[in-house]
Design a binder for this molecule. Structure first.
Ligand code: NAD
Ligand code: ZN
Length: 341
């Protein structure tokens, strides 16, 4: 509260799953300090991350009479964080934003760094803004109610952060995997803190992704394409699980090209096994996967920028040619190369 000077009013925005689980605690901690809390609850789901929902939210905020000093608090996972962040960035050209991440993925990744966005028919996250939160407050106790698949999804982004820049974190994850899967609060607190530090350090150097920040896209060329191709099929997987598969495939590719130390991918595969993450994707339309990877928004002028892992904890940026994108998927057993791919 201190970082807002005199604070007498906030607006909390959450979804109908998180609302009964987390909002009572948020409400009581604010109201006991004499702060008035208005609340907006939207339906759960990625399908709410739209221009239409953004428009409804900004109009609701204006109807409530918010002014430039009224903090807007996003209480939820990455969907709420991205959507509410974009609403806060645009209402009155920007009101103070507080992120209260409640999913592991939001705690270790999406709540930090200032990327906000909604999806459009042209693709995911294509309309948005860089808008930094004033405060990120991890609702650590709320991890208890998160379902297993979304907890695993968060662990996928933890693996990514460790592979990018923290071999110690990687080793600890491997050694302490059982306690992590038990969601031991002490260990989880440390992991979330380490990941936030890793991400904020990268973002501090390159807030607007003009260069270095792209290392955070490790695993996302492959992972994002898998996620998109599996969406709305019975085999759909959440973002972070696809990212973990992507990290593994991209590191196997780096090893095959001679960029990564031999054995790096095996270490990652071992950690994924410890966490119970799948190491191969389910049955998927590979042609669709490759098309999606080729049309990824990060591709420009016939080349795709890609983080190349050298060893656990060290990564550099490089480019690969458009026509070579399919090679990133070669290590997946189900992947079949054919003329069209
Ligand atoms: N801005 C960024 O830098 C960034 C980075 C990564 C991902 N993202 C975005 O984040 C989104 C994915 O985030 P996510 O995985 O948190 O998905 P999500 O927000 O949909 O949350 C996953 C599910 O868990 C529920 N949930 C959240 N907290 C809970 C809790 N404490 N207890 C019980 N249930 C809870 C949610 O209601 C939802 O059903 C995607 O839209 C992705 O594009 C953004
Ligand atoms: Zn991600």
């Amino acid at each position: 509260v201190g970082c807002f000077g005199e604070l007498n009013r906030v607006v909390c925005i959450t979804n109908d799953v998180v609302d009964p689980l987390v909002m009572p605690g948020v409400l009581s901690s604010l109201t006991t300090q004499g702060i008035r809390v208005d609340k907006i609850v939207i339906p759960d789901g990625e399908s709410e991350k739209t221009i239409e929902r953004w428009q409804t939210l900004v109009l609701q905020l204006l109807d409530m009479g918010v002014d430039r000093a009224t903090p807007v608090i996003a209480v939820g996972g990455g969907v709420i964080g991205d959507l509410v962040g974009f609403a806060a960035a645009s209402v009155m050209r920007g009101v103070p934003l507080v992120q209260v991440p409640t999913s592991l993925l939001a705690m270790v990744d999406s709540s930090v760094g200032g990327k906000t966005a909604v999806n459009t028919s042209h693709g995911k996250n294509l309309v948005g803004a860089f808008y930094q939160p004033r405060l990120v407050y991890g609702a650590m106790a709320s991890l208890d109610s998160l379902d297993d698949i979304h907890f695993l999804s968060g662990l996928g982004e933890v693996i990514k952060h460790a592979v990018i820049s923290d071999i110690e974190l990687f080793r600890e994850c491997t050694a302490l995997s059982e306690r992590i899967l038990d969601r031991d609060p002490k260990i989880m607190g440390k992991i979330v803190e380490r990941c936030c530090r890793i991400k904020s350090e990268v973002v501090r150097v390159d807030e607007y992704e003009r260069g270095h920040r792209a290392v955070l896209n490790l695993g996302h060329t492959v992972g994002h394409a898998l996620e998109q191709a599996l969406r709305e099929t019975e085999n759909a997987l959440p973002h972070g699980v696809c990212v973990a598969l992507g990290v593994l495939a991209e590191v196997r590719w780096a090893e095959a090209c001679g960029h990564a130390e031999v054995g790096t991918a095996d270490q990652i595969e071992t950690l994924m096994s410890c966490f119970g993450l799948p190491k191969t994707p389910p049955s998927v339309d590979w042609e669709l996967v490759i098309d999606t990877a080729r049309f990824d928004k990060k591709a420009a002028r016939g080349k795709l920028q890609i983080p190349v892992v050298e060893t656990i904890g060290r990564v550099r940026l490089d480019t690969i040619e458009y026509q070579d994108i399919a090679t990133l998927f070669h290590s997946f057993p189900g992947f079949k190369t054919c003329e069209t791919l």
